[in-house]
Design a protein around this ligand. Sequence first.
Ligand code: NAD
Ligand code: UDP
Length: 359
Amino acid sequence: MRLVIIGCGGFIGSHLLDRLLADETVSVRGWDPQVRKITRHLDNPRLRLHRHPVHEPGRQDELRDAVRWADAVINLAAICNPAEYNTHPIEVIRAGFLDVHPLVELCAAERTWLISFSTSEVYGRTLAGYLPGNTYDDPDLYELDEDETPLIMGPVRNQRWTYACAKQMLERYIYAYHHEHGLPFTIVRPLNFFGPRMDYLPGRDGEGVPRVLACFMNALIEGRPLQLVDGGRRHRTIVSIHEAVDALLLMLARPERAQNQFFNIGNRDNEVTIAELADLMRHCYAEITGDPGYRDHPIEVIDGERFYGAGYEDCDRRMPKLDRARTLLGWTPRIGLREILLETMSSYHDQYAKSPTRP
Ligand code: NAD
Ligand code: UDP
C-alpha cells in the first residue's frame, strides 16, 4: 500500500507510522516540519519525508506526484491545541483550512482517496447545552450522530470556535468536491485520543498550554496544583490511541466500506468530567510513583477566561454514536480509561519526571 501522510510527525502520525511501517508492504511519503516524535523512523527506506509544510510555495509538483502515486492521502495537519484557538486564531484557521484546501483539489484531480482528520468539535456545543436547566436526560439532545446532529457553535467573538469552523469548512469543501467531482473521501472525527507522545510539557519541550492530560501531568511532576477550568464540570470521552489507529487501519483495509463516510472515533464507556479525570490521574500517579500522597495532590479551580484568555468557551459534552464504525468497520473500542491513563502517564513519568533538571 502507498500512502501520503500530511502531519505525520505529530501525535497521531507517530503512532500511525509505528503501525504502518511494521508492515513491509507499506510505503509512505510524509510531510511535516516537526520530526521529534518520529526520529526512530527517519532511516526507514519506506518512509520518504518532506520536512516542510505541505503548502510550501514552489513545491507543489512533488506533492502532485505523491498524490498521483498514492492509494490514499491521510491529512492530519492542524493546530489542535485549545489554548491557541482564541490566542492565535488566524494561524488556526490557516492550518485547519487555508493551508490544506489545495490538497483537496489535488486529490480530486487525481481521484485519490482523501482521508481527512476533522474533529468532534465540529459538533460544537450540544442542543442540550443551550437549554436552561437541562439535565441531559434526553440522549437525542446531546449524543453525536455523524449525519444527523446539527453543528452548533458560539458567537464569532468567542474565538474558541475558530478551529471547529476551519475544520467544518474543510469537511464541507471535501464533501463539495465529492459531490461535484467524484472525490473519494473519508472524514474522521476523533474524540480525545490519549496515549504516549500526546503533547509537550511546558517549560521542558514546548511553551504554552497543552491539552488537559499534559497540563495535569506537568502539575503532578512539578508539585503544583491541578487547575480545574470553571470547576472541571465539562465531559469528555477518552479513547486509546492504539484503538484509534486500529480504526484507521480497518478503513485502509476496507476502502469500499470506509469511503464516502463520516466516522466518529471515540469510546462511549470512558466518559468523565474533567474533575473526575483529575482525581483519577491523582490516583494513577500514586500507583505509578508508589507514593500514596499523590492521591491528595492539591486541586484548584480557575476561571476559563483567566486560564485561556478572552474568547474561550467550552464544548459541554461529547458522547459519540459509534454504530457506523461498529457496523461498517467492525470496530469497538475496549480499553478502559484507567488502563489508558496508566500507560500514558507512565510514559510521561519516564520521559520527564526522571530528568532532574529542565533542559
Ligand atoms: P499534532 O499537533 O500532534 O500533529 C499535527 C501535525 O501536523 C504536527 O506535527 C504539525 O507539525 C503538522 N502540521 C501542521 N500543519 C502542517 C502543514 N501545513 N504541513 C505539514 N504538516 C503540518 O496533532 P494530533 O493530535 O496528531 O492530531 C492530528 C489530527 O487529528 C489534527 O488534524 C487534529 O485536528 C485531529 N484531531 C486530533 C484529536 C486528538 O485527540 N489527538 C482530536 C480531534 C481532532
Ligand atoms: N482543562 C482543565 N485544566 C487544564 C487544561 C484543560 O480543566 O489544565 C479542561 C478544559 O477547560 C476542557 C477540558 O479540560 O474542559 C479538555 O481540554 P483539552 O485541552 O484536553 O482539549 P479539548 O478536549 O477541549 O479539545
